[in-house]
Ligand binder design. Structure first.
Ligand SMILES: Cc1cc2nc3c(=O)[nH]c(=O)nc-3n(C[C@H](O)[C@H](O)[C@H](O)COP(=O)(O)O)c2cc1C
Length: 207
């Protein structure tokens, strides 16, 4: 796949994990791709915790199930019925969680380019995640980003110190197939919009 094909093929994966273990060299390539991401002031402010322990996977999933219920309780009518059909994680099925953390102290105290925009560190971590996601896609693997959790819970679960912010739990693993259409679109939750809905010329124009 060339880069554009990889970008087009990337999907958030929840249902399709096979649970087959990943060869070490493939996992290393995917993590090296994440670690090669651009970062503000070359701070490389990310950490990756690999979680395979069935006990930890189960504990995280239990927490996510409760958070799913919390969100579900905020919905009513058609939204509630549609959400009911949507799977929001593949934590146990993937067999591997990559917990991504943001360490704002990395590369400090003077991080070049972050003095006016504190979030630039966080943006850098998201770029590492995107690199990981695309590399995994190129390797034929699936990635599912899980954000149905409280940050304190995940920080404690994987032992991040207080200053390290959990940014993502990524389910990473072999998949049986990669759907062409996003799961939320297939479920009728939301449809992708064309580029024209986000494109402006010279100045922002409200719609
Ligand atoms: C920051 C972020 C958080 C997300 N959290 C979840 C999640 O908790 N559960 C889930 O099923 N998908 C999650 N997703 C995946 C999105 O639902 C998905 O990217 C979107 O529907 C588009 O589908 P695609 O990634 O297959 O193109 C998340 C994606 C991002 C970027």
């Amino acid at each position: 796949m060339n880069l554009y094909e990889t970008i087009g093929a990337r999907r958030d994966t929840r249902r399709e994990f096979t649970g087959e273990p990943l060869p070490d060299d493939v996992l290393t390539r995917v993590l090296e791709a994440a670690h090669a991401a651009p970062s503000v002031g070359l701070s490389q402010p990310w950490d990756f915790v690999l979680v395979r322990s069935p006990g930890t996977l189960a504990a995280f999933r239990e927490h996510v199930v409760l958070e799913r219920d919390t969100f579900a309780a905020s919905l009513s009518g058609e939204r509630a019925r549609t959400f009911d059909r949507i799977k929001v994680e593949g934590i146990r099925e993937s067999g591997l969680g990559v917990v991504v953390g943001y360490d704002p102290s990395r590369g400090g105290p003077a991080v070049l380019g972050r003095h006016a925009i504190a979030d630039a560190g966080l943006y850098s971590v998201c770029l590492a995640i995107q690199n990981l996601w695309l590399a995994a896609t190129a390797e034929g693997l699936g990635v599912g980003w899980v954000s149905f959790y409280r940050e304190e819970f995940l920080r404690d679960l994987v032992g991040f110190p207080a200053h390290v912010r959990p940014v993502a739990w990524l389910c990473l693993g072999a998949i049986a197939e990669r759907p062409e259409v996003p799961d939320l679109e297939r479920a009728g939750w939301r449809r992708r919009t064309p580029l024209s809905t986000a494109l402006h010329a010279e100045r922002y124009s409200p719609r």
